[in-house]
Design a protein around this ligand. Structure first.
Ligand code: FRU
Length: 922
């Protein structure tokens, strides 16, 4: 929840930041748009350097434009290549001052046709395919020079013309203008023309070649100032007429340039030829920005001579200083721009930081409020938990006290039980000694005797356990021969083991092993282990007892190859009141936990290992010597054998097998049979004995044996314990009730688990009755009788149905299904005289005997009687309702001859079939 709110809150912030970033990016793009390429025919002379400087000055007003400059060094071929390269670089506009007109025309046209604006500066190509021209009118320059000669100087005589590069447009135009300009002045004539290629040395060299013409010349017109200065040098060199006038073109400002030459008298005049660098750039931006511009930008010109040169110089210097100022300001501006950019960046960062700070502050405040809320809730929860904890502590304290009180009461009662038990035991043993009484009620008295000991043992264990719990049990050790001690205990079980065909062996290698122990305690441990081993051993099983020493410990092990324990049992076997699955009748759940405690008092231990259905091995360990016992714990007296004997009695008496009840052979075979399933041999024996008086009794010690007996004997009633080793009585009931062969047998479940839920649970397994232990025998008998009687009533009901042909009212679906199937099969085969019991058993899928018993149990008549009845019933129906002859009916109901049919029919209905038909017809 908080997370999503934070997200919503922070979204606009990121949006603002993104917008700022985006704006920054687009602004940058806007200024980087134009690429201008400038191709210069030759860049080395002052005039062209001035042109480039002017351009750069103007470009400084467009700082983000990209300017590409290439110098062709007076080589037209090279210039063509350079222009091509610029076109490949995707320039937006081309400025070109072509070296020669013709060679550059094609590439300039190409650029123009591609849509790239072309500005031609100073020199021209031979084509008019260009966007704009910037430069002075060269024709006019030539003409102005001629007019100046004629008008201002009133010169007469020969004129020598030093021209520029042949083929370059200024050369051509200036020559033409000069010639035209001279026309009005008849006293002036061009005596010689030479090409100086715009360069001083070339001009000087060419003039040297025409010395005779030079000597007769009164004026030299050079197409530029540098060539004019070359001419002056030659005039001087050849000592020619010092009054020879020289006029040049360009009138460039700066050191050694045209203006200075005029001022210094090196040349006499110069026609101003502006470079047009500034104009070219400003025109370029007008074109690129789609602003109005003029195609022909003719720059103004004038003649500079000594009369105006100083003014011009002044002007130029002023311009230059202004230029410098501008440059300085430009630099300053650039610096300011950088500063501005930096500051803008700082401002941006500050704004962003501020926004973030506000946002985060808001978030922090919000989460503070949320935290407060959560803390308040937590505090309230804590308070609640605290008070609940206090309540729990109080309650557990009360529960502890209550448990303590209960246990104390229980312990006290246990103590109280001992006296009456002893008082039962003594007279009982007296009675058992009297032969007459023994003969009369021996087995019952023995049963009482055994169970008194069992009770005594349980009570003793309970009291001892309580003593240990309250640390009231004090150990008293003495040194004794442990091997002998253990042998004596195992001997006391020997008789019992032999009776059950169990091999009980003592395998200790040594005959003497002295150990410190409390005999009164250790015997209980060993008795308990041995009695457990015997309880869980099968007939012909083996129990092995061993005593040995290993390092500082002495060990006693008791191992049996009996029932074994599950992994779950192994985990809990030493917990008090823990009872392993299916062993409820065999232990109190106290013996092993008591043994563990007794061994703890010995500073020893008891451990167990076991594999289910294979073996169990308990190992008791005692530290050797007596160093671990205090003075008070050691006693000097020798072992008291009487105690050992008493304990042996307590632990072994209840292991005694009940006396096998001999079957009363004289008694005739009983009408009804009961199957008893109970794992407590005493109870099994007792019940069996009691029930045998009236019923034939079958017994089984567990559910598996019980199920086998049920299928084998098909008894009239089953009484089974619920808690049995392995499969439970409940599962047994479910299985038998779902099996066609046994589904009809009523089942009584016996159990010590007496809660209502458990009873319902038992009944849900389809048991007919559920009786809680300890039960009253008469009540059990009454229940058994009742169930058998109900079964009788049912039988009577079914049997009467045979003749009434009504549907049997069988409540149990499986039995109902059986009866339906059975009746159906019989009905289908009434006409088949060879039809017999085997056919039905095979169709239903049970044995012949089981079929007999089932039909007898459910219908209380034999199968043949039933079939005969159905045949006669059908015959009577056919006699009344159909018009078949007696012979036909005889075969339809499966009789071999009409005579035999007639005899049987008469014996059932008292009349012959013919008479029966007649009577009914009336
Ligand atoms: C410089 C220059 C100038 C002249 C112009 C003609 O290279 O020679 O002196 O006026 O070129 O294009």
């Amino acid at each position: 929840m908080i997370k999503s709110r934070l997200f919503l809150f922070s979204c606009p912030v990121f949006f603002v930041l993104l917008t700022m970033l985006w704006t920054g990016c687009t602004e940058k793009k806007k200024h980087q748009e134009f690429v201008i390429g400038f191709s210069q025919c030759i860049g080395s002379d002052l005039w062209r350097k001035g042109m480039l400087e002017e351009m750069r000055m103007e470009l400084s007003l467009h700082p983000d434009a990209n300017f590409i400059y290439a110098d062709a060094d007076g080589n037209s071929k090279k210039q063509v290549e350079q222009v091509k390269k610029m076109l490949d670089q995707n320039i937006d506009l081309l400025i070109i001052s072509p070296n020669e007109a013709q060679p550059l025309t094609q590439v300039v046209e190409e650029a123009y046709k591609k849509g790239i604006p072309v500005i031609v500066i100073d020199r021209k190509t031979a084509s008019s395919l260009y966007t704009a021209y910037v430069g002075a009118n060269n024709y006019q320059i030539g003409k102005m020079a001629a007019e100046y000669l004629g008008a201002a100087w009133k010169e007469k005589g020969n004129v020598i013309e030093v021209m520029g590069l042949p083929g370059s447009s200024p050369t051509i135009e200036r020559q033409r203008g000069f010639a035209d300009g001279l026309k009005p002045f008849k006293g002036l004539r061009i005596s010689k023309e030479v090409y100086g290629d715009w360069l001083k040395p070339n001009a000087a060299a060419e003039l040297m070649k025409i010395q005779p013409e030079l000597r007769s010349a009164s004026v030299i017109f050079a197409h530029n100032d540098v060539m004019a200065s070359g001419a002056r040098e030659i005039v001087k060199k050849l000592n020619l007429n010092p009054g020879l006038k020289i006029i040049g073109v360009d009138a460039l400002s700066g050191k050694g340039a045209g203006l200075e030459m005029v001022s210094d008298g090196i040349i006499d005049a110069s026609v101003l030829y502006p470079t047009g660098g500034k104009e070219a750039i400003s025109t370029a931006f007008k074109i690129l920005n789609k602003e109005p511009f003029s195609k022909e930008n003719t720059l103004a010109s004038l003649v500079i001579d000594p009369s105006n040169v100083e003014l011009m110089k002044l002007q130029w210097n002023k311009i230059r200083s202004q230029q410098k100022d501008i440059e300085r300001q430009q630099t300053l501006l650039d610096e300011q721009k950088v500063l501005f950019k930096d500051q803008q960046m700082v401002l941006n960062v500050t704004v962003i930081t501020l926004v973030l700070a506000i946002v985060l502050g808001g978030l922090a405040f919000y989460s503070l409020l949320e935290n407060r809320k959560i803390n308040k809730n937590l505090e309230a929860n804590n308070q609640e938990i605290l008070s609940q904890r206090n309540q729990l502590i109080e309650m557990s304290e009360k529960a502890k006290l209550a448990t303590e009180a209960k246990l104390n009461f229980f312990t006290n009662m246990s103590h109280e039980f001992r006296t009456p038990l002893t008082l039962i035991l003594s007279p009982l043993e007296d009675l058992l000694k009297q032969e007459k009484i023994k003969a009369l009620a021996g087995s019952n008295l023995k049963l009482i005797h055994k169970n008194v000991f069992r009770l005594l043992r349980l009570i003793n264990q309970l009291i001892e356990y309580r003593k240990i719990e309250h640390a009231q049990m004090k150990i008293k050790v003495s040194e004794n021969n442990l091997v002998e001690f253990i042998r004596e205990i195992s001997d006391s079980f020997q008789h019992n083991a032999q009776k059950r065909n169990i091999g009980l062996r003592m395998v200790a290698k040594k005959t003497e092993l002295m150990a410190w122990f409390d005999a009164n305690m250790l015997d209980k441990v060993i008795f308990n282990l041995l009695s457990n081993a015997l309880k869980f051993s099968r007939e012909h099983g083996t129990i092995t007892v061993d005593v040995w020493q290993e390092a500082a410990f002495i060990y006693v092990s008791v191992e049996d190859n009996g029932a074994g324990m599950s992994e779950e049992d192994l985990l809990h076997v030493f917990e008090h009141f823990y009872q392993a699955e299916g062993s409820s009748t065999k232990g109190s759940g106290l013996g092993l936990s008591l043994s563990k405690e007794l061994m703890r008092l010995h500073h020893g231990d008891i451990v167990v290992e076991s594999i289910k259905n294979k073996r169990t091995r308990f190992v008791v360990s005692l530290p050797a010597g007596n160093a671990h016992f205090s003075e008070a714990e050691q006693r000097q007296e020798q072992l008291d054998k009487t105690e050992l004997y008493e304990h042996a009695r307590i632990y072994t008496t209840d292991l005694d097998e009940p006396a096998e009840q001999e079957r009363d052979v004289a008694h005739p075979l009983k009408e009804q049979s009961i199957l008893l399933i109970e794992d407590n041999p005493d109870l099994l024996n007792y019940l069996s004995q009691k029930l045998s008086a009236q019923y034939e009794v079958f017994t089984a010690a567990d559910a598996e044996q019980g199920i086998a007996a049920a299928y084998r004997e098909v008894p009239d009633l089953i009484i089974s314990d619920i808690v049995l080793p392995g499969m439970s009585g409940r599962e047994l009931t479910t299985q038998l009730k779902s099996d066609l062969r046994t589904s009809h047998i009523p089942i009584i479940l016996l159990t010590a688990q007496g809660s209502l839920e458990q009873q319902i649970f038992g009944l849900e397994s389809m048991a007919d009755t559920y009786i809680v232990k300890p039960f009253n025998y008469d009540y059990l008998m009454a229940s058994a009788k009742n169930l058998l009687k109900t079964r009788e009533l049912l039988k009577a009901h079914y049997t009467s149905d045979i003749s009434s042909s009504g549907k049997p009212q069988v409540s149990r679906s499986l039995d109902k299904k059986f009866l339906n199937d059975f009746a159906g099969i019989v009905e289908e085969n009434l006409g088949n005289e060879n039809f017999n019991v085997d056919d039905i058993a095979k169709t239903i899928g049970i044995s012949r005997v089981q079929l007999y018993r089932k039909v007898k149990a459910l219908l209380d008549c034999s199968i043949t009687d039933y079939i005969l009845n159905r045949r006669l019933k059908k015959a009577s129906y056919l006699l009344i309702n159909e018009s078949y002859s007696i012979a036909e009916i005889t075969y339809m109901v499966g009789f071999s001859t009409p005579n035999y049919f007639s005899t049987v029919f008469k014996s059932k209905y008292g009349v012959t079939p013919t008479e029966f038909k007649r009577n009914k017809a009336l």
